[in-house]
Design a protein. Structure first.
Lengths: 290, 397
């Protein structure tokens, strides 16, 4: 049972990590916590569902169209809402994300209705692989693989590309970044697009693991946030480790201590980490000089 | 000149008084006029419990049918539906709006134990008739409230009898329970444990899920490790779909059985990708494709008046909870007041629409407010249709 709990925890943790990743990318660039992340992912997933169910086009094309939608959604939000904020503070921007979250939730309820749907995914969520006696469902296995691959690509992107470096520079000192010739507005738009894209991947995986309905991302988003706090809100590897650890801790707690308090563990971790090591496990504590 | 002016002033004064008195006498009953009766219902149209919100829209269909047929005793019905998102704080505010701003005569339906409980005492203090809260808990009938008439079969009794069906009829001796960790789920557990206690055995496992939980892998493992042959679930649709998928992943296939809250087989088959087949369900209303004359009639009206709505159990449950209310209005006659409506409701004896037979009052107690006391069992076929296993069974004695 122990190994099975750890394995299941890793699969769930991979989803948490992806959502945390989407949040961390925004946070790294603008220090804004995007509370609309879950609903942006949910709407993108509904778009994928509509394309697949209404137009019956192959899955890979539907996914590409969904990615395009997610990118445009991210840019739309940044340009139409956040950029228009007058003398924005971080808190003000966070409130805007909360407002956008509610707008998206209302829109999804109006457009697709409240009923749960089954998301048509090419990988079965019932069929399993048997790895040395450990059973892992195909969907869980591929969730882990997709998450790890995305994280690795993003790690390379931030570490070794000019754009990635520009994004980091924009977060650390927007003024200096502008002086150095970085077009910070474009960087911000790109950041939101990238975050929305990763969120869309997470959304589709969450829907494939369970059901598709407007509130489907409420719990995963909070867990993703907890994973980000645990690993460090500015560290990509930290996010991956945070997600995996959170998934495993939750499962082990549920399996051996109390199922009733399984969900609470994530929030206890947030409180503990903020008290003991606010920067998270892998992130460095960054202090701005004034 | 002065006399003339005095004459007109006093005439105007008496006319005003007369108008006020006659208007007041015509409007003595809140929400009832010569031509209209105002009724309200809350229900989650957004949020995690939104699929159950279809109930409130189903009631709207019945209201429109009755109005299309000319109303009752010369009065048509005006229906106010409010979204409480399954949040009790909102429900309380809606109840106040119904009474203090809209001035409804009655509340019909209303999803959610916690939601309804925030409004119950307020509605009763204001003598607002309330028919058919959409949950089967003891809170509606204990202590007895004069103006509150429950219809939904009690979860406790339903679970008690369902366990008996699994144990005695189908021969399952090792039974586990998967439930939602709130009043709804706990009253299901109460019934199951009550039955097993009678047989001197225990549940082999009792696993709960929080409303917001989306990862049920641990829950599935616990159920599998219990070795239960049959699992009774008392949850919302999302959790039912998640637990079936998780148990299927680990190769655990017990006999599942569940409450009528999950009796929308078409929806459940769709969201579980077919895993719902084989489920033993209790039902508190006719099946969607029933040839019962009322079901045929309602389906036809549904096509005309609300074709955008899916004809599912949750939707037409809104009719089930409202039918007895309108029967009470019919029996109360033209002089409709909360008192005459209550008296009329107390005359219902085995009255049946498309739901269970409804009886209030003697012989059990002088003021019995639990109207629905019956369910029937069915088994979901692989194509999503339901094989009816029993006739109506009385679960509340």
């Amino acid at each position: 049972m122990l190994a099975q709990l750890i394995l299941s925890g890793l699969a769930v943790g991979a989803c948490y990590a992806l959502l945390a990743l989407a949040m961390v990318i925004i946070y790294k660039t603008s220090e804004v916590l995007n509370f609309a992340q879950g609903e942006m992912a949910m709407v993108s997933t509904f778009v994928a569902f509509t394309i697949l169910e209404t137009y019956h086009i192959p899955f890979q094309w539907a996914i590409l169209l969904t990615f395009l939608f997610a990118i445009l959604l991210g840019i739309f939000f940044e340009v139409v809402f956040l950029r228009q904020a007058k003398d924005p503070t971080v808190l003000g921007l966070i409130i805007i994300t909360l407002g956008f979250e509610m707008m998206l939730m209302g829109f999804a309820g109006w457009k697709w209705g409240p009923d749960q749907r089954s998301f048509p995914f090419p990988v079965s969520n019932i069929e399993t692989y048997n790895i040395y006696g450990l059973i892992i469902s195909k969907i869980n296995f591929w969730t882990i693989i997709v998450s790890l691959t995305l994280m690795f690509i993003l790690f390379l992107f931030f570490r070794y590309t000019k754009l990635g470096t520009a994004m980091r520079a924009t977060q650390q000192n927007p003024l200096a970044a502008r002086v150095m010739g970085i077009r910070t507005k474009r960087i911000l738009s790109f950041t939101w697009a990238l975050s929305s894209l990763i969120g869309a991947v997470a959304g589709m995986l969450v829907a494939a693991l369970g059901v598709l309905d407007p509130p489907m991302m409420m719990d995963p988003l909070l867990k993703g946030f907890a994973a980000g706090v645990l690993g460090g809100m500015t560290s990509l590897p930290g996010t991956a480790i945070g997600g995996a650890m959170l998934g495993m801790i939750e499962n082990l707690f549920g399996g051996y201590v109390s199922l009733a308090f399984k969900s609470v563990v994530a929030f206890a971790i947030i409180v503990l980490m903020l008290c003991i090591k606010p920067s998270g496990l892998l992130a460095k504590h960054y202090v701005k000089k004034v | 000149m002065v006399k003339k002016s005095l004459f007109f002033t006093s005439g105007f004064f008496f006319l005003t008084i007369w108008l006020m008195v006659s208007m007041a006498s015509a409007q003595t009953v809140r929400g009832v006029t010569d031509t209209e009766v105002l009724i309200g219902q809350w229900g989650p149209q957004t949020g995690p419990a939104a699929p159950w919100g279809a109930v409130a829209r189903g009631t709207d269909l019945l209201v429109r049918i009755i109005n299309e047929e000319g109303g009752i005793h010369g009065r048509k019905f005006k229906y106010f539906l409010r979204d409480d998102s399954y949040m009790p704080a909102k429900t309380k505010a809606i109840a106040k709006e119904f009474v203090e701003q809209i001035g409804v005569f009655a509340v019909v339906g209303g999803v959610g134990v916690a939601c309804g409980m925030t409004a119950r005492d307020y509605l009763m203090e204001n003598k607002v008739p309330w028919c058919g809260p959409v949950t089967g808990v003891y809170e509606w009938i204990t202590p007895i409230q004069k103006y509150l008439f429950a219809i939904y079969p009690l979860y406790d009794d339903e679970a008690f009898n369902l366990t008996g069906y699994l144990y005695e009829k189908l021969g399952y001796k090792k039974i586990a329970m998967f439930y939602q960790n709130d009043d709804y789920g706990k009253q299901g557990v109460m019934g199951v444990e009550r039955y097993l206690l009678k047989k001197n055995i225990k549940l082999v496992e009792k696993v709960s899920a929080e409303v917001t939980d989306r990862d049920l892998s641990t829950h599935a493992l616990k159920l599998k490790n219990s070795g239960a042959e049959a699992v009774i679930m008392w949850t919302m649709p999302t959790h039912a779909a998640l637990i079936l998928a998780e148990t299927a992943k680990i190769g655990y296939k017990p006999q599942w059985a569940t409450s009528n809250t999950l009796s929308d087989s078409a929806l459940m088959m769709q969201i579980t990708k077919g895993l719902w087949a084989g489920m033993i369900n209790s039902f508190f209303g006719e099946l969607p494709d029933s040839k019962h004359p009322l079901m045929v009639k309602y389906r036809e009206w549904h096509k005309k008046l609300a074709p955008q709505e899916r004809w599912g159990v949750f939707y037409y449950a809104g009719i089930i909870f409202a039918e007895p209310f309108f029967e009470g209005v019919r029996r109360a006659g033209r002089n409709l007041t909360p008192e005459t409506w209550v008296k009329a409701m107390e005359t219902l004896k085995n009255w049946q629409g498309i739901g269970p037979p409804i009886t209030y009052g003697p012989p059990k107690t002088p003021m019995d407010r639990q109207g629905g006391k019956h369910v029937f069992y069915g088994k979901v076929r692989a194509d999503g249709s339901v094989e009816r296993l029993t006739d109506w069974i009385q679960i509340t004695k």
